[in-house]
Structures are given as structure tokens and as C-alpha cells.
Write a protein that binds this ligand. Structure first.
Ligand SMILES: *Cc1c(COP(=O)(O)O)cnc(C)c1O
Ligand SMILES: [Zn+2]
Length: 460
């Protein structure tokens, strides 16, 4: 523990209500303000002390930790001071999350989208989505609270469009079984078989209920309000802390140069885009980066309340229709008030949202994957969103572009299959481009037959 890279325990964290500003003890399990029902954010009341450290020194600290093999500093806790500075290294749970690669699009793909760009592939996390980032902070914090408060029958619970439950079940399964139990609520038939298999495999109690995500979320919120459970949705602001690391990593991978940068993020419950904006705002406030990037949010036109708000100025929850970007199929995003506040305070003219069609999402995903990527349907949404924003003149075709692919292609392979087999229900409204289809070919185990099928010419 005397490693010079190891951060000291410092700071004072509180929950601060984003509505009335009241503060609450971080060690209590609260998720909305008991006074005014608004969302809570986590504030480091000693954040200004971090400003006394010169920006160059911060960059050196974070870069030097890149060369350590300490598990506590290998994942999102590389940015310990900006995430959970009150949690000692010994309480950190690291399962391999964070530090995901940025992959340069090839010439063919860049030409199709309209600009050169990079995909930061968050599908390469342990449960194959970015949700692991926030779960690493939430479960490390829970582990810390269990120890210091000597708790012994903790029930961690979440509602999910699939990936939150996979991440929650995975991280909770690492904690002692005699103290902690995992429960996940899923909308029946609205998560993919791969996503359903994940919490089952991690040993969680999996409850399937009729309805969509918004219905599961309502039940979980009522449970959290009336019973002793630990809510692990992104409404729990400890989740947002870890998810900020996506922004920190982008900055670090660009050698802290964020001039003329645009980051493209699919929006569901809006926890991720909140975290990405907060993360860049932190770095800017500490002088670690020279400028805030532009943020481009993307939604399917079947679930686009935030795009409508950005276009019309008024926000209204809406009823969703089926979307291949199923993990983002949310009609009343819980974190919308945080997005509105961040845009007002920091991102004003650097924040856009576009709405794309289901056909465009599928085409974005399929073309990306035919060019060396492994993006999911939500990653396809990012691709389609960037192409659309360029076409519509919302973004200039200059500068640098980073697209968030939020999970792994394999989690959403059923949608690829429906495309290739032409079996989409009409509600999706997907027009199939036959040239993007691909099917296995059945042939005998016969060299001649296969060579003939491939049109091969005999040697010599
Ligand atoms: C959860 C999720 C999203 C949406 O993120 P929010 O934080 O809910 O906006 C997008 N893509 C994938 C793969 C997800 O799991
Ligand atoms: Zn309040």
C-alpha cells in the first residue's frame, strides 16, 4: 500500500439535491431529495483543493498510473481523486473494466459517414457494456459502506433494459454471498437472450415482468422508497461517478488535447450522457483539458424524448415503440433534469441531439461491422447519428469525432439475424437493403464442391 502511485484518501463527498441544493450524508442510501423529490448528484465539497495541484501535475499522475499493475488503479479508479476519493484502495472492486480501445475507422467507413472518426468500444468491458464503469464505482462504494458500517444483509436491486442487470449481477456476485444478494427486474421479452443469460449466470434473482423498462423502473423506485434495498440504477449517483471515466479516458487517449472534438453518445435513460458531460466538465475546471468537446446525443425516432426537447424546447415523456437500440428504448429518461442543467451551465451551444430511424441504426451497425468494428445496435445509433448530423449541417465536417459504441455486437446479434432473415415485425419500420444481408451457405464436406462454389481456378 506504500506504492507512490497509490492515491491518499481525501475529499468530502455529499449528496447534493439538483433542485433545492440541500445536502445529505453520502453514507445514507438516498436516491432522490426527501424534501423536493429532485435527483441527487455527488459533490466533493473540497473539489477546490484539487485545483491547487497544477494541471500538468494531474496529467503526469494519471499518465504514470497507466504504467502500474495495481488492480486498484487499472480500471476506472485510475482517476481516483475524481471518482471516489473517500474509498481506500483495499475496498475497490476491479473486474477488468475501463481502459477500452479507440479504433480508427477505415477509409471506406469514414467515406460513408462523411468524416474520419474513431470508435471507443465500450463493449470490451467484462459484462460487455459501459455499465461496468458505473457498477465498478457503485459496488466498490457499497463494499466500502458494508465494511465501515458493518452491514450484513444487503439487497442490491435494479431495473434494466438488459445491460445494467448484467453488470449489477456480475459485480454483486464478487461480494460475500452471506452479506449481499442481487435482484434484477427485466421487461419480459424486451431483453436479448444473451442479456438474459448474464444475470442468470451470475446467480442473481431475475424477475421478469410485463411492460417496458419504464414500468420496471417505477416498481424499483417504489421498492427503494419503501423498503431496505440498494438501488443500482443510474439514478443512484454513485453510478455516474464511475461512468465519468469514459470522458477521462478519451482525454487521456488524446494526450489531453480536446480541441475541436465531438463525442457522439446514444441516449436511453440519459445516465451515460450525463456522466460524459460531467467528466469533461471536471477536467475543464481543473485545467487538465483546454476545451469542452461538443456532445452529440443520438436517439431512435421510436424513443426520442430528449431529441424532441432539444428541437422544441419542451420536454414530455412519451410512449416508446419497438427499437433495435433496445438498451436505449426509454420514453422518460430518469436523468433528463441533469442533462438540462449540464447543458444550461456548461454545454449550451456545444450540445446537440439527433433522432435517427430504425433503418439508419441497422445500416450504421452493419456497415461498421463490415469494416472491422464490433459495434452493437446502440453503436450503430452513434454511427447513424454522426452521419445524419453532418448531412443536416448540425456539425461541420472538420475537427475530430469519437463515437461511443456502448456494448458488444454479440449482445444484440438477434437484430442482425432478423435483418439477414427478413423477420423484423412491421412495428420496427425497417427497410432491408439486400446487399447488407449475409447467410451461411450449406455445402458438402467436399473440396471440389466448395472450390466450385467459390469459383476457384485450379493451380498449374
Ligand atoms: C444502458 C445503455 C444505453 C443507454 O445509456 P443511458 O445511460 O441509459 O442513457 C445505451 N447502450 C447500451 C448498450 C446500454 O446498455
Ligand atoms: Zn431538494
Amino acid at each position: 500500500m506504500n506504492d507512490p502511485h497509490m492515491p491518499e484518501i481525501q475529499g468530502r463527498l455529499v449528496y447534493t439535491c439538483i433542485g433545492c441544493g440541500k445536502r445529505y450524508d453520502i453514507y445514507d442510501f438516498v436516491y432522490t431529495c426527501p424534501e423536493c423529490r429532485s435527483l441527487l448528484k455527488i459533490e466533493n465539497t473540497e473539489f477546490d483543493r484539487l485545483k491547487r495541484v497544477p494541471a500538468q501535475h494531474w496529467r503526469e499522475i494519471f499518465d504514470s498510473r497507466r504504467n502500474t499493475n495495481l488492480p486498484e488503479l487499472s480500471g476506472v479508479f485510475r482517476f481516483h481523486e475524481l471518482i471516489l476519493p473517500i474509498v481506500p484502495g483495499g475496498d475497490v472492486i476491479y473486474l477488468g473494466e475501463g481502459q477500452t480501445p479507440m479504433v480508427r475507422a477505415n477509409a471506406e467507413m469514414s467515406a460513408w459517414v462523411g468524416v474520419p472518426f474513431l470508435v471507443k468500444n465500450d463493449g470490451l468491458n467484462p459484462s460487455a457494456s459501459f455499465k461496468d464503469r458505473g457498477m465498478a464505482s457503485a459496488i466498490s462504494f457499497l463494499n466500502h459502506v458494508i465494511r465501515v458500517r458493518n452491514l450484513d444483509s444487503v439487497l442490491g436491486i435494479c431495473a434494466s433494459t438488459g445491460d445494467t442487470s448484467a453488470a449489477a449481477a456480475l459485480y454483486l456476485s464478487y461480494l460475500p454471498k452471506d452479506k449481499v444478494q442481487a435482484v434484477v427486474l427485466l421487461p419480459a421479452g424486451k431483453v436479448t437472450p444473451q442479456q438474459l443469460s448474464q444475470p442468470l449466470g451470475s446467480g442473481a434473482v431475475v424477475i421478469e415482468m410485463p411492460g417496458v423498462f419504464d414500468d420496471c423502473m417505477r416498481v424499483v423506485e417504489e421498492l427503494a422508497q419503501n423498503y431496505h434495498v440498494v438501488l443500482l440504477n443510474s439514478k443512484n449517483p454513485v453510478r455516474i461517478l464511475g461512468q465519468k471515466s469514459y470522458a477521462y479516458e478519451i482525454a487521456q487517449q488524446l494526450d489531453w488535447d480536446t480541441e475541436d472534438l465531438t463525442v457522439v453518445v446514444p441516449i436511453g435513460n440519459a445516465g451515460n450522457i450525463t456522466a460524459v458531460m460531467e467528466g469533461f466538465a471536471d477536467l475543464c475546471e481543473l485545467g487538465i483539458i483546454p476545451a469542452l468537446p461538443t456532445i452529440l446525443g443520438v436517439q431512435s425516432h421510436h424513443a426520442d424524448p430528449i431529441a424532441r426537447w432539444r428541437a422544441s424546447g419542451t420536454y414530455a415523456p412519451l410512449k416508446v415503440s419497438p427499437s433495435v437500440a433496445q438498451a436505449a428504448m426509454i420514453g422518460d429518461p430518469v436523468s433528463f433534469p441533469k442533462v438540462r442543467k449540464l447543458v444550461k451551465e456548461h454545454f449550451a451551444d456545444r450540445f446537440h441531439v439527433v433522432s435517427v430511424t430504425e433503418t439508419e441504426i441497422m445500416e450504421g451497425m452493419l456497415r461498421a461491422n463490415r469494416n472491422g468494428h464490433v459495434v452493437c445496435t446502440q453503436g450503430g445509433e452513434s454511427v447513424a447519428g454522426l452521419k445524419k448530423a453532418l448531412c443536416d449541417g448540425i456539425l461541420p465536417a472538420s475537427g475530430r469525432f469519437i463515437l461511443d459504441s456502448t456494448s458488444h455486437q454479440l449482445k444484440f446479434s438477434v437484430f442482425q439475424q432478423m435483418y439477414f432473415e427478413d423477420t423484423f415485425a412491421p412495428e420496427y419500420g425497417i427497410r432491408i437493403d439486400d446487399s447488407l444481408k449475409n447467410r451461411p451457405v450449406s455445402l458438402q464436406a467436399d473440396t471440389l464442391e466448395i472450390a466450385r462454389h467459390l469459383g476457384l481456378k485450379k493451380k498449374g
